[in-house]
Design a protein around this ligand. Structure first.
Ligand code: GRA
Length: 386
């Protein structure tokens, strides 16, 4: 067992840290206030190869691997968690295409996602289908060499700005989840209405509702065969969950750093507040939860790099990191008091952004369900990729 990062991984992490501190951090508060989608930063991250870490050179990537992706994501999320979502929206679709698309589809769609030239997204969730993916209602009806797509997708990250994305539908509802079909959709085509939505946090990650009315896609935009949609979706979620886990880890670290810095500076009752044991309790717990999450998230990424099954380990990592982030922002808020609650300082942004990690990409309860059902032998978490 080796806990050392290679020199190459350290260099990637340092590059991401420098970019995050120099280019993302200075405007993070302003961008959050203005709900700005920083397409310039999204493009720059593409130029730096941040989306290409898990994509082979053949499709414009650098093939550094999942651990590299996790390190990059953690650094970006540490300074601005909402910018982490942008990474997932490029990498998630690119990975699903890499796994399930035809050679022609890969060449058409992966390089622009990796370079940040085409803004991506994935459209799974619907008004009545959140944790229960198979409850979705969007349909794709074959009409000659096209499909007509009808339905509504809700809470779609990048929904208002995406050029294209993974779109999950039913081609045959009678077959339940085996009747689901996935597409890579050009969202600039007619038949899509976009409605921006507001949320508590992650303000620089545009959120939206997408309504499809006779949205026509050529058969050549289908991924795999009819009926492969659920399998593709579960596979994709396992990859994008790892990105969320890395994001939560970065945010937990940011909150811990803010709390420690403040506890060392602030004097009350004649001593630094870091000297009070009740604050030490919070800081110790922040350190422990973050450290545990880091080991678990890195393990899941390492397994992915070894091409070993990792769904269970990804769920364990995502659950632990999301809970570590939620604990850390709450503890930081207690330590900073009014300076945490104030919108003049970043901890309240961390607090708002952290909540999403217990909800997205499988809520904490979904992760616990996956973990417990595997332990009980009811449902195996680690399944074949295709
Ligand atoms: O036996 P079979 O042929 O019918 O296949 C079953 C199973 O083998 C079938 O699916 C297969 N399967 C898988 N295949 C490969 C299940 N899991 C996997 C897998 N991991 N890999 C049906 O299986 P099932 O277990 O009966 O399915 P289920 O009970 O309907 O669902 C399971 C579960 C609850 C875990 C699933 O629906 C789930 O993960 N739900 C959570 C949904 C989610 O994560 N949504 C995220 C929305 S997107 C988002 O949050 C964007 C955030 C962006 C950001 O912040 O970055």
């Amino acid at each position: 067992m080796d806990f050392e990062l290679t020199d190459e991984l350290v260099a990637v992490r340092d590059l991401a840290r420098e970019f995050a501190e120099k280019e993302v951090a200075p405007t993070a508060a302003k961008d959050d206030r203005e709900h700005a989608f920083r397409s310039d930063l999204v493009k720059k991250m593409g130029e730096l190869g941040f989306y290409g870490s898990v994509i082979p050179e053949k499709y414009g990537g650098n093939g550094m691997g999942f651990l590299a992706m996790v390190l990059i994501t953690e650094e970006i999320a540490r300074v601005h968690s909402a910018m982490r979502v942008a990474i997932n929206m490029q990498i998630g679709p690119a990975l699903a295409l890499l796994q399930f698309a035809s050679e022609e589809q890969k060449q058409q769609w992966i390089p622009p996602l990796v370079q940040g030239d085409s803004i991506g997204c994935f459209a799974i969730t619907e008004p009545d289908a959140g944790s229960d993916v198979a409850a979705m209602r969007t349909t794709a009806t074959r009409d000659g060499d096209h499909y007509a797509i009808n339905g509504t997708k809700l809470w779609i990250s990048n929904g208002p700005v995406a050029d294209g994305g993974l779109l999950y539908t039913y081609t045959d509802r009678s077959r339940k989840h085996r009747g689901m079909t996935a597409f890579y959709a050009d969202l600039r085509l007619p038949g899509v209405t976009r409605k921006p939505l507001e949320a508590m946090g992650a303000h620089c990650s545009p959120l939206g509702e997408l309504t499809f009315e006779n949205f026509r896609l050529p058969v050549s935009d289908r991924l795999g065969d009819e009926g492969d949609g659920f399998k593709i979706c579960m596979w994709q979620l396992n990859q994008t969950r790892l990105n969320c886990a890395a994001g939560a880890l970065g945010l937990a670290r940011a909150a811990k750093e803010a709390a420690i810095n403040y506890a060392k500076e602030r004097t009350q009752f004649g001593q630094k507040i870091g000297e009070f044991q009740m604050n030490q309790d919070l800081i110790a717990q922040m350190v422990v939860h973050e450290d545990a999450a880091r080991l678990l998230v890195y393990r899941a990424a390492w397994l992915a790099d070894q091409k070993k099954p990792n769904n269970l380990e990804t769920s364990i990592g995502k659950y632990t990191a999301a809970e570590a982030a939620a604990f850390a922002v709450d503890a930081a808020m207690k330590i900073l008091g009014a300076y945490g609650y104030s919108t003049e300082f970043p901890v309240e942004r961390y607090y708002r952004d952290a909540k999403s990690y217990q909800i997205v990409e499988g809520s904490s309860n979904v992760q616990k369900m996956i973990i417990a059902q595997d332990a009980l032998g009811y449902r195996q978490a680690n399944r074949a990729a295709s």
